[in-house]
Design a protein around this ligand. Sequence first.
Ligand code: M6R
Length: 594
Amino acid sequence: MCGIVGLVNGHAVATDLVTALGRLEYRGYDSAGIAVAGPGFAVRKVAGRANGLKDGLDASFGGQAGIAHTRWATHGRAEMRNAHPHVYEGVAVVHNGIIENHAELRAGLAADGHEFASDTDSEVIPHLIAAARARGAAPMEAVRETCGALHGAYAIAVLFEDAPDHLVVARQGSPVMVARGEGAAAVASDPTALAGFCDEYTALEDGDIAELGREGVVIRNGAGSLANRDWQAVTAAEEAGAMAGFTTYTRAEISAQAAALVRTDDALAARVLTPQIAAAERLVVVACGSSLYAASTARAWIEELSGVPCDLEIASEYRTRNAPLSRGTVALLVSQSGETADTLAVQTMFRAKDVPVVAVVNVAHSQMARDAELVWPTRAGREMGVAATKSFTCQLLALVRFGLALGMARGAVTAETLARIETEIASLPAICTAAELLEPQLKSIAQRIAYENEALFIGRGPAAAIAAEGALKLKELSYIHAEAYAAGELKHGPIALIRENSPVVVCGGDHAEKTLANAEEVRSRGAAVISLVGAADAERFGPISAEMVVLPGVGLGLIFAQAVAVQLISVHAAEALGCDVDRPRNLAKSVTVE
Ligand code: M6R
């Protein structure tokens, strides 16, 4: 999380920096700040979003090199005093990552008389660099020496008061790009932020330190040797989809799902599995958040279609355990952004063990995509809303297609199954659109949940994972406490939560008769059962439901319809409670710290 950007180009850079920073706001929006070079530093910080920096860029911001930052708070509250850049004795720094040994470093510096102005882990960095400068180190050496003292993850950009036409950039663990153009150089967490300011970029590798000036970019690797890297054209981020008459991007993105599924299916048609991947004996699927729930939803489909056992792992947990890997393991990483820190860490682990990695990823230029053996793309398009919506259903589709491709490569798919799955896939866009038409009913359910201020989601098989996604979506958008359980688990404890009128959202589907029995159990304890079922189950769920939404589709199709339904319930609950649907509190679109 956090976005950093820096620019040196022979003109006043402040306005361009704020423009570039606005493009990084998806990485966090707790506070924003800018520092521009000489004479001295001009510094401005604001609580909240980057565009708040625009007012107040007066004549003192005329410098031709500068750095800027948009923050997602890790250490220190989301307050102005903790906004970056952090400045100390002629050194200004922006940082993305976490310095794990900051307390120890801070204590050492304090003992030497350093005084700190923030509660952040990041602030030790300019202090250490300034201390190295005071001992006579040149800018690059001071940064190298400082990096040697830091434990954790960082991408930093450093501006020196006494070298006002250069920037120094260093990376360990957190992604960062450096870029160059005619008389210009730049740094950014995401290269698309630099469109219009530089022509080509390259990703720094761990241990790299780069010096940026109008004459170009010099990169040295961890050993201090000059590094030659491949450069790629800087391109603008995909345009945000139109709001199309909706009041939030999130709602517009729910509506854009049908088109996104068509694009994704077209892109997948051209992909083939490598022989090594086709020969997989076991799949380990690793992801976080909604991407994890997409994987969880699709696991049974992948196993059924391919016959290959499929383990599901939470990235942040998997990376901390030394799980034994059986021969023939293929890893499947699922991520919208392709830069989630925990999932990337797992990718690094797999690479070190020579496990082939398939990346189901939406952002084509992301590190995960760059480092994968095979990219199995989603083409959801850009999601402006922080909550995953169209990227989630595109992941479901990509994962079904992966299971099908694997099964076909292994001769495990009969002609009959193939025909059935193809028919079901072809119907998905229309099913999403038809589910959206049920919005008035879903809105009234959202209002009931908002009034009760809690919800339990249950389901079986793939629908249990949709229940989990529904609870996540409701929590993140409306801040209503929501829990999800596999329906069969309820009586092992969570049923104690049920009180009179507790809203319980029941996702029907596979094994509906068993789910129905679980719904009866909560109803007989006073719960208000809200059923999201297909037409085939309407008759039996109707009598026990306080509300019932009869969704289009069966099998795969019903799951996609349920995904749309829980998205719409969450958006309307958030709106009923006056929440910022596109920018929920405490969140960021890309989770680039552990
Ligand atoms: O970019 P990724 O798919 O790797 O992100 C994973 C999660 O951070 C993400 O799905 C998160 O849970 C969303 N806010 C869900 O709406």
